[in-house]
Design a protein around this ligand. Structure first.
Ligand code: MN
Length: 202
């Protein structure tokens, strides 16, 4: 079964002014589509074709680099679109809020750490909030299209929030000002979607 580009749950201009329409169109329609096409090409006729994307990630060390880069790209972007919303921003509530306070001291401290992970990632990569195998929240960053689900990740876990810090995610609107994009991203985080992922990951 070939992977497919998931539809966005909102219009490409719905995240304005934080994330601009043209960036969304190119990022979803061109970049993510290319990851989907290229992972399908890399897996065609191999046993990897039969696996779910999550299972590929968990045993990614067994696969060629094209699967790691493009399969990772497909998994990461699918998560990224799902944790943003035009009604996003604000702060989490309930169990997730409690777990964030327990792990980082406060929501503000978490935001600082999450932003810092994105800011200090040299070149292209991602900032993550993930759940470790013993149920704890952790912040990390990965290079390229790696993610915490991969068996090669330095910090392993189930990602529940991911922020793309590749230049293609922000350059048209923010140019070299990654910090401005990182701040803007927090205004569109769909905390209900993150909380749902947290509940499933625990
Ligand atoms: Mn991207």
């Amino acid at each position: 079964m070939a992977f497919e580009l998931p539809a966005l749950a909102y219009a490409t201009d719905a995240l304005e002014p934080h994330i601009d329409k043209m960036t969304m169109e190119i990022h979803h329609g061109k970049h993510h589509q290319a990851y989907v096409d290229n992972v399908n090409k890399a897996l065609a006729g191999t046993e990897g074709e039969n696996h779910k994307i999550e299972d590929l990630m968990k045993s990614i060390s067994k696969y060629p680099m094209a699967v790691r880069n493009n399969g990772g790209g497909h998994f990461n972007h699918t998560l990224y679109w799902s944790v943003m919303s035009p009604n996003g921003g604000g702060a989490p509530s309930g169990d997730l809020a409690k777990a964030i306070d327990a792990a980082f001291g406060s929501f503000d401290e978490f935001k600082k750490k999450f932003a810092e992970a994105g800011m200090t990632r040299f070149g292209s990569g991602w900032s993550w909030l993930s759940v470790s195998s013993d149920g704890k929240l952790q912040v990390s960053s990965t290079p390229n299209q790696d993610n915490p689900l991969m068996d090669i990740a330095e910090v392993k876990g189930t990602p529940i929030l991911g922020m793309d810090v590749w230049e293609h995610a922000y350059y048209l609107k923010y140019q070299n000002k990654r910090a401005d994009y990182v701040a803007a991203f927090m205004n569109v985080v769909n905390w209900n979607a993150v909380a749902d992922r947290f509940a499933k990951a625990k």
